[in-house]
Write a protein that binds this ligand. Structure first.
Ligand SMILES: Nc1ncnc2c1ncn2[C@@H]1O[C@H](COP(=O)(O)OP(=O)(O)OP(=O)(O)O)[C@@H](O)[C@H]1O
Ligand SMILES: [Mg+2]
Length: 241
């Protein structure tokens, strides 16, 4: 596999809480890697380490062959890391279009004219074209999730990190998200996608990683992982109880 991102033995503790003990995985070029695991397993913490918000106490992150463990959030963003937040955080008093422009200006250092052109394109393909002049604060949940993805896409990422973009949505909205992720992949982007909505992990990913007890428990083809004894022990079994 041609890896765009390699995570090697990362660990992090908050006081006596050893949230990640030793997590390792690789993300292939143009791959969608699903990440599942129990609440509090450290999935969002892992994302925050990847984007540089949190510093791991051990281990390395290699992006396109370069060790970026000590790079800042801004540097990583400009190198090609995009993300969404588990709870969408649009600039509520700005329009949808203006929110997306921010992604291009901040994340890809585009001049205003180019950022506007990119924002127009991205708002269209994400399905927010007819709401581009709405204040972001007026959007419903699905559209907020769309906007999160649009803003991240506007920074022209090589790797996109999704934190529960399908959480809290109806079944048909979840299908919309599956379509959007497929489209993102078609643009040549690699995706790390954290989700509890298992349908998305079965249908929308190339491989799935299960994170529990501070480490990578298993990683492989979606159906294999979902049906594995390991995942039932650390995650699905616990959910069923
Ligand atoms: N900044 C922080 N300071 C201290 N503890 C933190 C911090 N961020 C996360 N934690 C702790 O790390 C653990 C993992 O949290 P995290 O949010 O990564 O879980 P998660 O796997 O994303 O769970 P969920 O599926 O519920 O979103 C939790 O015990 C949490 O309280
Ligand atoms: Mg989380």
């Amino acid at each position: 596999m041609n890896a765009v991102l390699k995570v090697e033995n990362i660990g992090i503790s908050f006081g006596s809480n050893d949230v990640l003990k030793s997590l390792s995985f690789e993300l292939g070029e143009n791959e969608v890697l699903g990440v599942i695991g129990p609440n509090g397993a450290g999935k969002t913490v892992m994302l925050n380490i990847l984007t540089g918000i949190l510093k791991p106490t051990k281990g390395s992150i290699i992006f396109q062959g370069k060790n970026i463990t000590d790079r800042t959030i801004t540097e990583r963003c400009r190198m090609g890391f995009g993300r969404t937040f588990q709870v969408p955080r649009p600039f509520e008093k700005m329009t949808v279009f203006e929110n997306v422009i921010v992604g291009g200006v901040y994340g890809d250092q585009l001049r205003e004219k180019d950022a506007k052109r990119r924002a127009l394109e991205v708002t269209e393909i994400i399905g927010l074209g007819d709401k581009k002049d709405w204040f972001a604060g007026k959007l419903g949940l699905l559209d907020r999730k769309r906007l999160e993805i649009a803003r991240a896409l506007a920074s022209n990422p090589k790797v996109l990190l999704f934190d529960e973009v399908a959480g809290g949505l109806t079944e048909s909205e979840v299908s919309d998200i599956l379509g959007i992720v497929r489209m993102v992949k078609e643009q040549g982007v690699s995706v790390v996608w954290i989700e509890h909505v298992l349908k998305t992990m079965r249908e929308g990913t190339d491989r799935v990683l299960c994170l529990a007890e501070g480490r990578n428990v298993i990683c492989g083809l979606p159906d294999e992982v979902m049906e594995s004894k390991e995942v039932h022990e650390v995650y699905l079994g616990a959910e069923e109880e």
